[in-house]
Design a protein around this ligand. Structure first.
Ligand code: ZN
Length: 352
């Protein structure tokens, strides 16, 4: 395989344009991010990424037989990484090439049998053959799953060849798993994929110039233009911009960073992040590579301080709220949700 005009050329390589990608900005890739699709087949993922309704994409999809479908040019930004950071850099969509390997992902063990996430939901489940089950702990301790769907040898070989071709064409300095740039939130490609071996084989010989690193650090600092505020005292968080309004949640601790999204009189409309535990039954899981892992299905869901539901954290979480899953237990998810509300301007200082 080799790269010509920002496209992969090779025997089992084709191109199908994805729907969702950044059509304006050019990208200078220096990182590769490895994913699994959490889907049933490579063909299904290609269809998903090229559908009119697509919300995510990747530069390539690697099918079970090792064939590769490129879907976004390598000098364009695809939508695969979501909220991400690693080694002092963030927003990996801006400089990374995303490789999606077709693989169902983690498996659930029920009555001694193994099921993909979608089969586990069905009444009449079809089990995964044991020959396809990989048993292994995840590199991130927050990820508790121990059973994973095996990758095919053809996929592992194809990913390696792609990475070598990309390293020959671009100044690639990192090959990372989605699980490493978004730990807890994402667990792909998981322990069934030999990521460390791939890195050692492909990257070990490459040298990175200090100039490349510096150029990137400059671009990154220019890109962040969000208004961040820091709370200076323990501060009430309310549903409306009034000191008579109901409290939205427990007070915001001093020192917390919040995003300022609006203001009215003496009040700021802010977004604060709250972590807590929620019943799984209220959650629709999102296995795509969007910024969030789940969505709230009901207005009745409560957020609790721990999995034993010791204390309620928020007066109301609305249906449709999207969040990241940090940890999971039998019936509960630990999630991080962004909750909007109002707080007094006096006690929030804007950060540069
Ligand atoms: Zn991913």
């Amino acid at each position: 395989m080799e790269v010509k005009n920002h496209r992969l050329v090779g025997d089992k390589v084709s191109f199908v344009q994805a729907t969702k990608w950044n059509k304006t900005a050019e990208m200078k890739p220096d990182a590769i991010i490895i994913h699994y699709t959490a889907g049933a087949s490579g063909a299904a993922t290609v269809k998903l990424f090229s559908a009119a309704s697509a919300t995510t994409s990747a530069h390539m999809v690697v099918s079970e037989d090792g064939s590769v479908t490129q879907m976004v040019d390598f000098n364009r930004k695809a939508v695969h990484a979501g909220t991400s950071s690693y080694g002092g850099r963030s927003s990996y969509n801006n400089f990374s090439i995303g490789i999606e390997i077709s693989n169902p992902g983690y498996l659930q063990k029920i009555d001694g049998k193994y099921y993909t996430w979608w089969e586990a939901k069905k009444e009449k489940k079809t089990a995964t053959p044991e020959s396809k089950v990989f048993v292994g702990k995840h590199r991130n301790s927050v990820t508790k799953m121990n059973y994973w769907y095996k990758y095919t040898d053809a996929q592992i070989q194809a990913v390696k060849e792609i990475c070598i071709a990309l390293c020959n064409a671009y100044p690639i300095k990192e090959i990372l798993g989605h699980e490493e740039i978004a730990p807890g939130r994402k667990c792909d490609p998981g322990p069934a994929f030999p990521l460390d071996e791939l890195r050692t084989e492909v990257l070990a010989k490459k040298n990175i110039s200090i100039n490349d690193l510096f150029a990137h650090a400059m671009e990154e600092s220019a890109a962040s233009a969000l208004v961040l505020g820091k709370v200076t005292v323990k501060l009430n968080f309310r549903t409306e911009p009034s000191s008579n309004a109901a409290l939205k949640s427990s007070p915001i601790p001093a020192g917390t960073f919040v995003y300022i999204v609006g203001e009215q009189g003496e009040w700021y409309n802010i977004l604060r992040e709250i972590s807590g535990w929620i019943d799984k039954e209220f959650v629709e899981q999102d296995n795509s590579d969007s910024d969030y892992d789940g969505e709230l299905l009901s207005d009745n869901a409560m957020l609790y301080s721990d999995e034993k539901k010791t204390k309620r954290l928020v007066s109301s979480l609305n249906k449709g709220v999207k969040f990241n899953i940090l940890e999971q237990q039998e019936n509960m998810f630990k999630i991080k949700a962004v909750v909007p509300g109002w707080a007094s301007k006096k006690y929030i200082t804007k950060q540069k």
